[in-house]
Design a protein around this ligand. Structure first.
Ligand SMILES: C[S@@+](CC[C@H](N)C(=O)[O-])C[C@H]1O[C@@H](n2cnc3c(N)ncnc32)[C@H](O)[C@@H]1O
Length: 258
C-alpha cells in the first residue's frame, strides 16, 4: 500500500503568535467545522439590543459567521481581522478591514459598540497584548462585549489550571475524515498550544494554533485598567445568569463593559 502523503498546512517554523496564524491554519475548514459552534442568531440579538447607533465593530470577524447575523438585525458591521484568507470568505456587505486588533486603524470618537466573540481575545498570545487591546479599544467604544470560555478557576492569589498539561482531545469523524486534537499547556503563562491533525484518505494536514486564556476576574482587571466598568455578565447570549467558575467544567461568560 502506498504511503499516505503528509502535508504540513504551513511550515513548522510558522510562529503561532503571528496574528495571521489562526487564519492560515483554519480558513479552509472554518465554515464546515465551526458554523454552529456558538449561537450566532442569539449573539446578534443581544448585540442589537445594546446598539442604538446601529454600528458594530467586530474584532476577529473571520469568515463572517456572526457578522451575517448582525447584518440581518439591520446593523452596519465593520469586520476587522488580521487574516486575509479568513476575510476573503466574509460577505461583501460587511465593511472588511484587515488589521491587527491591537492596532485598529480607526479614529477615536467613532463611538461604536465593539464585539469580540467566541474566545477571540484569547488569540492574543500574552497578557500584554490582551491589555493593549483593552487600551486601544477604549477610545473607540462606548460598549465592549466579550464572549470567553472560563477555562480555569481562581485559587488564592493565582490561578489554577483545570486541564492536564498535555492531552489528546476529541477525535471527530467528518465525512470519513478523522480529526485528532492534541494540546499542551503552560499553566504559568496561561497558554495552550494545540494541533488539529486532519487525517483523510488523501493527506494528513496539521493545523496548529495557540491561545492565551484569561479568567473573567483577570479580564475585568484588564478592562478596569483601561477605563471600562463591567455592566452585565451572563452565562449565555439568552441572558441566563452566569454560573461563576464551577469545578472543572468550562463555562461561557458573556461580559459587557462600558
Ligand atoms: C475563533 S475565530 C472567530 C471568528 C468569528 N468571530 C466567529 O465567531 O466565527 C478568531 C478570528 O480572530 C482572528 N484574529 C486572530 N488574531 C487576530 C489579531 N491579532 N487581530 C485581528 N484578528 C485576529 C482570526 O484570523 C480569526 O478569524
Amino acid at each position: 500500500m502506498p504511503p499516505v502523503p503528509t502535508e504540513q498546512a504551513k511550515p513548522l517554523t510558522l510562529t503561532l503568535t503571528d496574528p495571521q496564524a489562526y487564519g492560515r491554519s483554519f480558513s479552509e475548514t472554518y465554515d464546515s467545522w465551526y458554523s454552529t459552534v456558538t449561537d450566532a442568531e442569539a449573539t446578534a440579538g443581544f448585540v442589537a439590543d445594546r446598539c442604538p447607533g446601529g454600528v458594530v465593530l467586530e474584532l476577529g470577524v473571520g469568515t463572517g459567521r456572526l457578522a451575517v447575523m448582525l447584518r440581518r438585525q439591520g446593523l452596519e458591521v465593520i469586520g476587522l481581522d488580521a487574516s486575509d484568507s479568513m476575510l476573503r470568505r466574509c460577505p461583501a456587505d460587511v465593511h472588511r478591514l484587515q488589521a491587527d486588533m491591537t492596532q485598529p486603524p480607526l479614529r477615536p470618537g467613532l463611538d461604536t459598540i465593539v464585539l469580540c466573540g467566541f474566545n477571540t481575545v484569547f488569540n492574543l498570545a500574552s497578557e500584554h497584548l490582551q491589555q493593549k487591546l483593552f487600551h486601544r479599544i477604549r477610545p473607540l467604544a462606548s460598549v465592549l462585549i466579550l464572549e470567553t470560555m472560563e477555562l480555569a478557576e481562581p485559587s488564592g492569589n493565582g490561578t489554577r489550571s483545570v486541564a492536564a498539561d498535555s492531552q489528546v482531545g476529541l477525535k471527530q469523524v467528518v465525512d470519513g475524515t478523522v480529526v485528532v486534537t492534541t494540546t499542551s499547556q503552560d499553566a504559568a503563562r496561561q497558554t495552550v498550544v494545540g494541533r488539529h491533525l486532519e487525517i483523510s484518505n488523501e493527506a494528513v494536514v496539521s493545523r496548529p494554533w495557540m491561545l492565551r486564556w484569561a479568567t473573567v476576574r483577570q479580564l475585568d482587571a484588564m478592562a478596569a485598567k483601561a477605563g471600562f466598568d463591567l455592566s452585565e455578565r451572563y452565562g449565555s447570549w439568552d441572558e441566563t445568569p452566569w454560573p461563576g467558575s464551577v469545578g472543572n467544567e468550562p463555562s461561557v461568560a458573556i461580559s459587557v463593559y462600558r
